[in-house]
Design a protein around this ligand. Structure first.
Ligand code: FES
Length: 111
């Protein structure tokens, strides 16, 4: 498995840079709806659709460790790995970000 890196537009970069730490937003990219949050160490993304019953995770809450709580039934996901952290055994899509050449890039898994 490898990450394929995609450059985001400058508008997207500017919009995400306006997020406060722990604030979440929805990013539509390449047909995917992604829940993005900002931690001290940078941006992290997971699929925005909760695998339990389809709530939008960006309406939930994120803590300092990067754990997102779904707004509907409170299932918890790690933004950095996409894994459940509440014993529910889900593994959802996650998306790393990086800044390189003053541009913001998102990683999408390539199998
Ligand atoms: S829809 Fe997310 S926990 Fe139920």
């Amino acid at each position: 498995m490898m990450w394929q890196w995609h450059e985001l537009t400058n508008e997207t970069k500017i919009a995400l840079e306006q997020l406060q730490i722990l604030q979440m937003a929805k990013l539509d990219f390449n047909g995917k709806s992604i829940c993005v949050t900002r931690l001290e160490e940078g941006f992290f993304g997971i699929q925005n659709t909760c695998p339990h019953a389809g709530a939008q995770l960006h309406h939930g809450h994120c803590n300092k460790r990067g754990v997102v709580t779904c707004p509907l039934h409170g299932y918890k996901f790690d933004m950095k790995s996409g894994r459940s952290v509440d014993g529910n055994n889900y593994k959802i899509n996650h998306y790393p970000f990086k800044i390189e050449d003053d541009k913001l890039w998102i990683g999408i898994k390539q199998y």
